[in-house]
Design a protein around this ligand. Structure first.
Ligand code: MGD
Ligand code: MGD
Ligand code: SF4
Ligand code: MO
Length: 739
């Protein structure tokens, strides 16, 4: 018998609604849900491969436990007992501070990943916390924190209403968008062009997104901060800066003008590899457009000046009056965000409240740089990491110098990984606890709803039953109970009930909360019976901006209402939200925060640098996702290959034939050569997440097409100092023919 069921796709940030076909208790196909209020039927090749991904025979059906040096299948009870023993030993001898935690990207795409890791980290009381954020968007958090007082006040381009969109260092036609949740990003770009709007793409490569643009500026890698400083320079110099409605809410305009004064287009043109006239035109067009939005992503973050670039993206949005207005960049308001409180100054945002043990890196959002994980494990001394918990991460491939991390992991006292696969990282674990596949997991976009180009709420209960295995919420809850000393058999519901009690105690005590002064017990009694994560979701929705405030606003959202609308509920276009979200001590936007001004000296000192050899950047492929989707026959091969892309004239000058040897600061590798005039001269690209040739992994298809690990070219010593984010784009490399 064939059936259909709805499920939001967890495979990228676009959050498309899918209609899954189910036969004999498994998923057999996927298509776009035409009635989804947000995605309206859009689907990409990855979503269309949902069934293969869900049924991948290499997904671990149950836990693995290390016995006599080998990972062998075990029962769930045995696995949790092994965690209690192994982790318990480290906790007993060294305390929670000796336990490291690494959180990978899919935590942004699971219910469990949103709800439990913070509780686990608090339970451990550890400062050894690492995540994919410092390989990705951390510069954006720091810039937002310094400018708006809140590191999660994401500025999202109002794609469907803007007249002029500048995309810097992003390739949404391939990535399907990031920090801008928008199903069918391509369709939205085409619609922009159709309504007479213009698209400018700034990228060293003429990407598929650049192909859609009116104008493409092939900037030199890593130099966008200077280019944007020059845009700011022109805005002031030609009296084009116009803050519009923001004028009363901005501090630091004069400092901004001063700091940009020496970054004239003529001064930066050689450094950026972009004509001064092009930069002037960009500034003039941005100022002249009825509305405009500047949007930056990976190419603005994982670079030498990541935080400066992220700041300048929004500085330009402010100076052209485009922040917080329709058609500009706006602040989404997700359904589980806290209900807005009255405007008031906040404490602002700081980093460096503590420092990493070995290199003294400042903490940022209570994390250390992912590149520091290996040294914190392999450097002896007080506070050394003795045990590691990884959840949904593969840092051996995703972070620089995986070989060192690989060796470090092998020396840990204990390691547990929550991951569906035996891969380059999890092969070092003493216990692997595999979550069930997405067809057996619920879905709610706690994080991505706050990045959506249109406010909406959608929930997918787990489409299929668990059949005897714990869901990821239970796995993580049991880890938390073990850390609390409740042993492997504690009641996982206790974790959720504890969070609910604490949250409601705080809310009811807050005079500005929608439930101020109400008895906690009464509110707890209103939550529906069911899994703890659903009770927490219901609580968050009811406390949120559209919530029913536990009955006080009878038309408001509850989980029950959301469940009754399986295709989702549209919550309308983005609306202006200033000044209520500002949490700077001044209560204003800080246009020129001191830590950023201080870092401009480093940029200034770089202006005379020129590349002598080649520069390496990254590249994503439509049918791939970081390191973990190379195991599906339907997705690997064809154009999804790990090749060195290089301009044909560069290849000819170097005398490259089939294979090139690439040498970087961290190592050397050989890769097939792919000639492409998409590349700027002197710039080459390799995709990341490949290098599936290590022993003892369990992804058979991936092992047949291993590719090479680009991150081995990188020694990890170069970081954006303000955010601790690894420089993954703009790596100097030498290239030679093989042999
Ligand atoms: N050179 C270079 N390096 C890069 C990048 C780059 O552009 N260039 N990009 C960086 C970026 S943006 C990111 S986000 C990082 C990603 O870095 P990581 O998050 O460390 O790596 P991923 O490859 O995304 O690994 C995800 C892991 O989660 C597992 N997984 C999948 N689904 C689930 C699930 O439902 N639950 C659990 N528990 N686990 C699951 C997978 O099996 C895999 O092991 O890589 C970074 N590395
Ligand atoms: N198909 C697919 N989709 C994905 C992923 C995937 O691996 N595959 N990964 C997901 C993840 S984790 C993330 S974070 C997002 C990322 O989403 P995006 O940021 O849109 O993805 P990228 O393709 O890495 O785009 C970065 C662009 O920056 C350019 N670039 C590199 N260096 C510079 C520079 O110095 N300056 C400028 N201006 N540009 C530069 C690159 O050429 C590239 O085109 O994608 C997500 N979606
Ligand atoms: S665009 Fe992203 S969310 Fe949509 S179907 Fe593809 S992978 Fe899934
Ligand atoms: Mo990412």
């Amino acid at each position: 018998m064939t059936d259909t069921v709805l499920r939001i796709c967890p495979l990228c940030e676009a959050t498309c609604g899918l209609t899954l076909t189910i036969a004999d208790g498994r998923v057999t196909g996927a298509r776009g849900d035409k009635d989804d209020v947000f995605s309206a039927g859009f689907i990409c090749p990855k979503g269309a491969s949902f069934a293969e991904l869900d049924n991948d025979p290499d997904r671990l059906p149950g836990p693995l436990v290390r016995r006599d040096g080998r990972l062998v299948p075990a029962s769930w009870a045995e696995a949790f007992a092994a965690v209690a023993a192994g982790l318990g030993a480290v906790l007993g001898e060294h305390g929670g501070g000796a336990v490291g935690v690494y959180l990978g990207n899919p935590n942004a795409h699971t219910v469990a990943g949103a709800l439990y890791p913070p509780v686990l980290i608090r339970a451990l009381g550890t400062r050894q916390v690492f995540s994919a954020s410092t390989l990705d968007q951390m510069p954006k958090h720091v810039a937002l924190g310094l400018m708006f007082g809140s590191p999660v006040a994401f500025t999202v381009p109002d794609l469907d209403r803007t007249d002029y969109l500048v995309i810097i260092g992003a390739n949404p036609v391939v990535s399907n968008g990031s920090l801008a949740t928008a199903p069918d990003f391509v369709g939205r770009l085409k619609a922009l062009r159709r309504r007479g709007g213009r698209l400018v793409v700034i990228d060293p490569a003429r990407t598929r997104t650049a192909e859609l643009a009116d104008r493409h500026l092939a900037v030199r890698p890593g130099t966008d901060a200077a280019l944007l400083q020059a845009v700011v320079n022109v805005l002031f110099d030609e009296r084009l800066a116009d803050l519009g409605a923001l004028a009363d809410h901005v501090h630091g305009v004069d400092e901004m003008q001063r700091v940009a004064a020496d970054f004239t287009p003529e001064r930066v043109a050689g450094y950026c590899g972009v004509d001064a006239g092009e930069i002037r035109t960009l500034a003039r067009e941005l100022a002249a457009a009825p509305t405009a939005a500047v949007y930056g992503r990976i190419g603005t973050c994982t670079v030498e000046f990541g935080t400066l670039t992220s700041w300048l993206v929004d500085a330009v949005n402010v100076l052209t009056g485009n922040l917080d207005r329709p058609g500009g960049v706006m602040f989404p308001l997700g359904p589980t965000a806290p209900a807005p409180r009255p405007p008031r100054p906040g404490r602002g945002f700081t980093t460096g409240r503590w420092r990493s043990r070995v290199s003294g890196y400042p903490e940022v959002l209570s994390e250390f740089p992912a590149t520091a994980l290996a040294e914190e494990i392999d450097t002896p001394g007080d506070g050394q990491i003795k045990a590691l918990i990884t959840i949904a991460g593969n840092p051996v491939l995703s972070a620089p110098d995986g070989d060192r991390l690989d060796r470090a992991l092998a020396g840990l006292g204990f390691m547990v990984s929550v991951d569906p696969y035996l891969n380059e990282t999890t092969r070092h674990a003493d216990v692997i606890l595999p979550p069930p596949p997405p067809s057996r997991s619920p879905h709610f976009d706690f994080a991505l709803n706050n990045l959506a180009v249109r406010n909406n709420v959608r929930y997918s209960p787990a489409p299929l039953p668990l059949s005897g295995r714990p869901d990821e919420a239970e796995i993580l809850s049991r880890l938390i109970l073990i850390v609390f000393g409740a042993g492997p058999d504690g009641d996982p519901a206790l974790v959720d009930e504890q969070v609910i009690a604490t949250t409601l105690a705080k809310e009811t005590a807050d005079p500005d909360s929608p439930v101020a002064g109400r008895p906690v017990k009464e509110l707890v009694g209103m939550l529906p019976p069911g899994p703890g994560y659903e009770r927490r979701l219901d609580m968050m929705l009811r406390l949120g901006p559209y919530g029913d405030a536990f009955g006080a606003k009878p038309d408001g959202l509850t989980l029950q209402r959301v469940k009754a609308a399986p295709h989702g509920i549209d919550l309308g276009p983005l609306r202006p939200r200033l000044p209520e979200l500002l949490r700077t001590p001044s209560g204003r936007i800080e246009l020129a925060p001191q830590p950023l001004l201080a870092d401009v000296d480093r940029l200034r000192a770089d202006l005379d640098r020129r590349d002598h050899g080649f520069v390496l950047i990254g590249r994503r492929h439509l049918r791939s996702n970081n390191s973990w989707m190379h195991n599906l026959p339907a997705l690997v091969g064809g154009s999804n290959r790990c090749t060195l892309r290089i301009h044909p004239d560069d290849a000819a000058e170097l005398g490259l034939t089939d294979t090139a040897v690439v040498k970087g600061p961290g190592g050397e590798l050989s890769a097939p050569v792919e000639r492409s005039d998409e590349m700027r001269r002197g710039v080459v690209s390799l995709p990341h997440g490949w290098g599936h040739d290590r022993d003892g992994t369990g992804q058979r298809v991936a092992a047949d097409h291993p590719g090479v690990n680009v991150n081995q070219l990188n020694d990890g010593s170069r970081l954006d100092p303000l955010s601790g984010t690894a420089v993954l784009n703009g790596i100097p490399v030498d290239i030679a023919p093989a042999g």
